[in-house]
Structures are given as C-alpha cells and as structure tokens.
Ligand binder design. Structure first.
Ligand code: ATP
Length: 500
C-alpha cells in the first residue's frame, strides 16, 4: 500500500540513495554473499563514521549540554521479568494479516493508515481521519475481528495480488527470544531487548544514588534493540536489529506536561541542527497511546516514501518504575526534600514520573543521508555538467578533509603527507594521490567530504594550499598554518551543539 502514495520521482530517489549507500561504503545488506538477511544491514567504512557522528552529537547534546543528564551502557540481555514488568511479554505485538492469494503478510494497522493517507492525498481528508479514528478505537478494544471487517469493508486490497482475500487478524509478538545457560535442563528463556529504555529503568536507583542525582535528572543510553518486525522494508527505516538513542528524564509527578513540552521543543531543534530542513520535519500526535503513556508525540521526517516517525517523545508516568517495584519487590522511590509550597512540607517519597525521548540511530542516519543526496546540473549547452554529492553537515561527514597532491612527483606527496600527519590528530582526514585531481574531487563529493586540500608547486614555495569547498566548488588559497583551526572550526561538534 505504501507504494501508492509515493510519487514515481520520489520512489526513484530512494532507489538511488540505497544504491549510492552500497556503492560508496555506507550500508551493505547483511551477509550479502549468502544473498542477505531480510531487514538486517551492515554499516560500511563510510556509514560507520556517519552513524558514529550522529550518535556522538546526540550523546553530547544530552550529557554535555545538560549537567543533570548522565549516560549508561546497559546489557542487551536482561532478567526475563523485566519484560513482564514493562508490558512487552503481554502487549508488545502488532496486528498482522495475510493475503491468501499473494501469501504476503502485512501489519493490519499500517494497511488502514496508508489507505487513509491515500484518501487524504486524493482530497478526502475527513474520510481518512474518520478511518484512523475508528481503527484506534478498535485496536484499543483489541477487537481484531472488527479490524479485519474494517479492512474488507473499506475495500483495501493487497498491492501484490490486487485482491481483498484476507485472513483473520492475529497479534504477533515482536520480541526475539533465545536460551541462556549451558546445560539444557538449566536453560531459561531470555529476550533480546526490544528497547533500550528498560536498561535505564532498572538502573534508576543505582545511578541516582551513586551519582547523587536530584530530580529532575536524566539517564541517556545508545544501544542495540531487536524486533521481529512483520513487514521489514524501507532500508534502514525498519530493521530487525537496530540502534536506539534513548533518554529517560525522571521528574516529580504533576510536572510531566511541562517537561514533555520542553523536550518536544529541544528534540525538534536537534534534528534541525543536523541540517534537516524545517519543512521536512513535523510533530505527529499519537491517535492511540501506548500502554505506558499519558501523552505521546512523534517527530516525523519526510523521507522519500513520505512523512514517517523518526523519534518518539512519551510521557510514561510511573508506569515502568511502578511495575518494576511491584514485580521485583524492591522500592523504586526517591525522597524529594524540596518544599512543596502548598503544604509547606517536603514532597517526600514518591515513584518518579518519566518523560522519554527515543530516536532511532538508523532512521536518523537514513534521514540525514536522504537529505544530503544531491544531484546538481550546472552550466549550459556543451558546458553543462552533472554532479552528485552528499551535502552533509561538515561535522557529520565521514571524512572531514582529503589531502591531495596534484602530482605524484616533485616532492608534493611528501609535503601532502606532512599536512596529513599534522591534521590526523584533530580530524578524520585521508590522503589520496591516485587519478586526476578532478576524479579525486568527484570521489570525495560522493562521500560528502566538505574540504579537498590540493597541494601544488606553489605550496613548496610559500606554504599555502588550495581548499576546494564541496558545495560551492569554490577554491581559496590558505596558509598551511591556518588549516587546522579552519577545518576544526567548520567540523566541530560545537557547530551543531551551539544551535540547541
Ligand atoms: P514504528 O511505529 O515505526 O514501528 P515505534 O513507535 O514502535 O515505531 P518506538 O518503540 O517509539 O517506535 O521506538 C523509538 C524509535 O526507535 C523510533 O522512533 C524509531 O526511530 C526507532 N525504531 C523503532 N523500531 C525500529 C526499527 N524496526 N528499525 C529502525 N528503527 C526503529
């Protein structure tokens, strides 16, 4: 169904981005020599740099710009009761439906939502909205038979077979499980975490006590999460193994809306600071609240396949800590000795409320990559030239500068290596001397290197080089002694963080 709402030109861009990502070492299908594994991807030599940069700028924005937010790195395996307490054992499932003719499996809710989006695109917004509202009501009541009826009555067809020959709707738990323990009799069922958040909740008191944290405070974490997604597609948008960047902000009950609104604003700014255009970002309030939330919003980005969730911001109340307290029989309380003006007494003991921000590193990577992918035509007639490049924020670019001697002789390579050796301690640089300088510029454009530094004969005379700028292709002559400061400044974390 998704394909229907995608304009052909935009669908084409997605294909190009996927091909580009593979060709230039950003993303490879997992175990490709065995024909890959659905919805699992490996990051290549360029992709890992870009993804690490996105993760670093998130982590710094959380833990460096806020002295009341600290990081942790919890294990992927957790005690199985964790997932009982969090609601994942009983409630972490998606409604699935199969088409009997094509044998394709779909998420029933996504089929309806995409049909509603197609209605909206066709000028029938009210009809689409009503459909989404009805779906939310039926899912809330867990009335799967009625969801199936809704799909049939609405005339939703399978995009592959074109028929409406649907099975019933069933719930499908998304958690992967495995066994832990070496002897068969001693093994017990264990899950691969479907979200990183629970590693934070179970460590709430450890961090609060050892860090002497006072509410409000946050714990941030980046790590892998696993979900056996029913329909896994759209490249790194929906993977079965992915990475989340989550922050749980612990607060006094009753202050949640204030913090929820604050974090909405802060997080939106972060996406904009990465260079994602304001008109391609929007908030989307949840129709159906998750079992743990009393307010929830998504930050959506306009991918080539439409506006889709990139980050979720949820007010989770005391749902998680309260449930952990009940199941573990260990108090998950905080003593707040601030004075409550209404009573004149300290607020005392309570289970804190939580506002969480949860963004997928892989979705963010895809948004940044799609946004950076640029095809440009310049000049006219015979002089017309086409160029493809990645217009990445310099601080996110995998390689910050390429040092390029214009020939391989006359001592230019040695001089270029000197510059490389000086810069490599500060920023990620490369040295290249193969092929013409033009070809080397092109190669660097394709991976988004913001600065190419050409070393020529004049360099030997006056210790200056030419910097060629990726986006404008303009060239400027700069003293070698100024290079370090200039490149560091343009590619610094500060250049992003100061916009927050
Ligand atoms: P969706 O509705 O798209 O399945 P979700 O609402 O289940 O997403 P959350 O549980 O809120 O997602 O997870 C927080 C973030 O983790 C998402 O906003 C997304 O960026 C990321 N994420 C979730 N599932 C995946 C996945 N399968 N692949 C890549 N990233 C994911």
């Amino acid at each position: 169904m998704e394909q229907k709402v995608v304009a052909p030109a935009e669908a084409g861009i997605m294909k190009k981005v996927v091909a580009h990502a593979k060709e230039y070492g950003f993303v490879f299908p997992s175990s490709e020599i065995y024909d890959g594994l659905a919805a699992v991807y490996d990051y290549g030599q360029m992709g890992v740099e870009l993804k690490n940069n996105i993760k670093t700028v998130w982590y710094k924005a959380m833990t460096q710009l806020n002295d009341n937010i600290v990081g942790i790195d919890a294990a992927i395996f957790m005690h199985p009761l964790t997932w009982k307490a969090s609601g994942h054992v009983d409630g972490f499932s998606d409604p699935m439906i199969d088409n009997k003719d094509s044998k394709k499996r779909y998420r029933a809710d996504v089929l309806v939502e995409e049909h509603a989006a197609a209605l909206e695109a066709a000028g029938k917004k009210d009809e689409g909205d009503a459909l989404v509202k009805k779906l939310a009501r039926l899912l809330e009541a867990n009335d799967l038979k009625a969801v199936q009826d809704l799909i049939i009555q609405t005339g939703i067809k399978c995009p592959v077979s074109g028929t409406a020959n649907w099975t019933e709707v069933r719930q499908f738990n998304l958690m992967f499980s495995t066994q832990v323990g070496s002897v068969a009799e001693d093994t017990s069922l264990i899950y691969l975490r479907p979200e990183t958040a629970q590693g934070i909740f179970v460590n709430f008191l450890n961090v609060q006590k050892t860090g002497r944290m006072k509410i409000p405070f946050g714990i941030a974490q980046i790590g892998k999460a696993f979900r056996n997604e029913i329909v896994a597609r759209q490249f790194t948008f929906r993977m079965r193994e992915f990475e989340q960047m989550e922050m749980q902000f612990f607060i006094r009950p009753g202050t949640e809306m204030e913090w929820y609104n604050k974090w909405k604003e802060v997080r939106m700014k972060w996406h904009q600071a990465l260079g994602l255009p304001t008109n391609k970002l929007r908030f989307h309030d949840h129709e159906k609240l998750a079992h743990y939330a009393n307010a929830a919003v998504d930050i959506e980005f306009e991918f080539p396949f439409g506006f889709k969730e990139m980050e979720g911001i949820h007010s989770r109340t005391d749902f998680d800590l309260g449930n952990h307290q009940e199941l573990s029989k260990k108090k998950q309380q905080y003593f707040d000795n601030d004075i409550d003006e209404a009573t004149g007494k300290p607020y005392g003991n309570y289970v804190p409320y939580v506002v969480e921000t949860s963004v997928g590193a892989d979705r963010c990577f895809l948004a940044v990559l799609c946004n950076a992918y640029t095809e440009e035509v310049s000049g006219e007639g015979e002089q017309q030239k086409e160029r493809t490049y990645l217009k990445l924020h310099p601080a996110l670019a995998p390689i910050k500068a390429a040092i390029l001697p214009i020939t391989k002789k006359d001592g230019l390579p040695e001089k270029a290596m000197e510059i490389y050796n000086e810069l490599k301690y500060d920023v990620k640089v490369t040295y290249e001397d193969k092929d013409s300088i033009g070809k080397r510029y092109t190669r660097n454009d394709l991976i988004g290197t913001p600065f190419c530094i050409a070393v020529d004969h004049q360099t030997l005379e006056d210790n200056t080089v030419t910097i060629r700028h990726r986006d404008s292709m303009e060239q400027e002559r700069v003293a070698i002694s100024d290079l370090r400061v200039k490149i560091r400044k343009a590619t610094s974390w500060k250049s992003i963080l100061e916009k927050l």
